[in-house]
Design a protein around this ligand. Sequence first.
Ligand SMILES: *Cc1c(COP(=O)(O)O)cnc(C)c1O
Length: 217
Amino acid sequence: MSESIKENYRTLKSSLPKNVQLVAVSKTHSSHIVQEIYDEGQRVFGENKVQELVEKQEILPEDIQWHLIGHLQTNKVKYIVPFVYTIQSVDSAKILKEINKQAEKIGRKIKILLQVKIAEEDSKYGLSVDEAKELYKEIEENIFPFIIFSGLMGMATFTDDLEIVKREFSTLKHLFDELNLDQSAHTLSMGMSGDYETAIQCGANSVRVGSAIFGSR
Ligand SMILES: *Cc1c(COP(=O)(O)O)cnc(C)c1O
């Protein structure tokens, strides 16, 4: 079982272009399994729930770079701000304000990605392209001094139709370019187990992969 997870990890890792970061999405899988992938050399992990993230962070090695990739509620920000490496799922001005506030309290700057709603279907969370531009403008004006803007994140529609997926990823790449973001300094986080190859073709430099490593949940 865990041998096949290690094998999945090695195969995936070696198939990714050098410039593409892998965020190993370990949600629902035990800390024991996370440790095994850590032992293979992986340091960047993603979780979508605050409580699970906090529990794993407490027992796993300190040099893991934890990414929050799921919707964040304002009352939970304070639990992750002391250690989180990047919050990828910033989907409102309200949550950004709260992250900045909690970060200021402890004097730690937090990396964030703006999550943009690109899926034509089943997408609950994320900023519209216009809202993302507006929020980016405020960030540029240094209204949130305790956040470090690090790029954009998006999820495509869950479908086998690659044309739809490509169109959605291209929308986000277009915004990335329009904001003049730089591939070497900023993250363009798109692509999951089912569509990371398409995401990379469309310009992703970071992919969030869970089940292709850890198996189905
Ligand atoms: C669960 C999740 C992933 C990983 O999904 P897989 O299909 O298991 O690779 C990526 N991004 C987000 C936001 C997720 O919630």
